[in-house]
Design a protein around this ligand. Structure first.
Ligand SMILES: Nc1ncnc2c1ncn2[C@@H]1O[C@H](COP(=O)(O)OP(=O)(O)OP(=O)(O)O)[C@@H](O)[C@H]1O
Ligand SMILES: [Mg+2]
Length: 349
């Protein structure tokens, strides 16, 4: 009989997806210490999530996958190795308990399954609209690979440091932190999971956020390392999912909703960005893409619909210039849409 190798075991475990995420449990660094002794396979699942249903569903799926290998008679799955929580290979670190931000009243993650739908634009303008309504607001750029906040908020300074803590930069009355402030603009980051995990944790834990009514987190596209870290290492008040009206974006938005639900983060609502065009000359509304998809998707998923943001060149230009549209054109319909979004969000917090 052909002996199975540790690589065979890893290969089948690479087929096991982390519930709610695109990625598999091996790429998230969960599988450790694979050992094959005759027909007995053992390995460690280095969980850091405390969520029992998630742990069980992964354990069952991993056991099934390995059992299907020919000649495997016994599968032994062990818990995290002692001291694993502090190891660099630990992908989530939540085993040490969640990061506490005692001065921060609510933490809202802005996500979407798909890239380029306007998460950063929404995060920035939502933050400014909330601040204008009297709230103290922070903005954390969790997009390690492609940070947008420095450009969109018009600040490229380097943050100061006190002891081990970074001092957030302040722009448009918002306290901000981004990896874009810490690495040169032309340098691309090619980090793997554990490093992304540590970087995101650092942006939460090692920043003097102080007292905030709301910390908005601008998430990277997709459902990857940063998402897993954030949903597991800090108590998120809720998630906002941004979509555009096209079916392709809506499919991804559903995955974004599913990701939050899988890790028990409440969905505060869905936003439809680039929803329609309002003619600056005659104020007539044109639905460029299909219409009402975001609202229908929210209804079908049973999550609140927070509103529609029009598509307008001024939003893009304002973002490029570093003066969010809510500041730049306070009386425009675009700004009105972001203000309504902020009001609805405030109500749900
Ligand atoms: N309503 C809008 N009208 C016009 N342009 C918009 C609108 N929303 C976003 N944009 C522009 O679309 C581009 C993508 O937006 P943004 O960077 O906010 O998306 P994202 O979802 O954060 O992208 P990524 O997934 O890369 O992080 C930007 O150039 C932005 O200025
Ligand atoms: Mg972005």
């Amino acid at each position: 009989m052909a002996a199975i190798s540790e690589q065979d075991v890893m290969d089948v475990l690479k087929q096991v997806k982390y519930p709610g995420f695109d990625r598999d449990i091996v790429s998230f660094g969960l599988v450790k210490n694979v050992d094959v002794e005759g027909s007995t396979v053992s390995f460690v699942l280095g969980f850091s999530t405390q969520d029992e249903p998630t742990r069980q569903s992964i354990t069952v799926a991993a056991r099934e996958a390995v059992s299907r290998l020919p000649d495997v008679e016994d599968v032994q799955i062990l818990g995290p190795p002692p001291g694993a929580a502090s190891g660099a290979q630990q992908p989530m670190g939540a085993a040490q308990g969640k990061i506490e931000l005692p001065g921060v009243k609510s933490i809202v993650a802005v996500a979407s399954g798909k890239g380029g739908v306007g998460k950063s634009t929404t995060s920035v303008n939502l933050a400014v609209a909330l601040a204008e309504s009297g709230a103290s607001v922070g903005l954390l750029d969790a997009d390690i690979y492609g940070p947008s906040i420095p450009t969109m908020m018009g600040s490229k300074d380097q943050p100061g440091v006190i002891g081990q803590q970074l001092i957030p930069l302040i722009s448009h009355d918002i306290k901000m932190m981004s990896f874009g402030f810490l690495i040169p603009e032309d340098q691309s980051v090619t980090w793997r999971g554990p490093m992304v995990h540590q970087a995101v944790q650092q942006l939460l834990r090692d920043v003097m956020w102080g007292e905030l009514d709301c910390l908005i987190i601008d998430m990277p596209p997709g459902t990857g390392d940063a998402h897993l870290t954030l949903t597991q290492s800090v108590a998120l008040t809720g998630g906002v999912v941004v979509t555009t009206p096209q079916d392709v974006a809506l499919i991804d938005a559903r995955r974004g909703v599913a990701m939050f639900q899988q890790v028990n983060v409440p969905i505060l609502g869905m936003v439809e960005n680039m929803s329609h065009f309002i003619c600056p000359h005659c104020n007539e509304r044109t639905d460029i893409f299909t219409t009402g998809g975001g609202k229908r998707a929210a209804e079908a998923l049973g999550v609140p619909f927070l509103g529609e943001i029009p598509i307008d060149p001024s939003i893009c230009l304002a973002g490029d210039k570093g003066i969010p549209i809510v500041k730049q054109e306070p009386d425009s319909p675009q700004t009105q849409a972001f203000r309504m979004l902020a009001e609805k969000l405030k109500d749900s917090l």
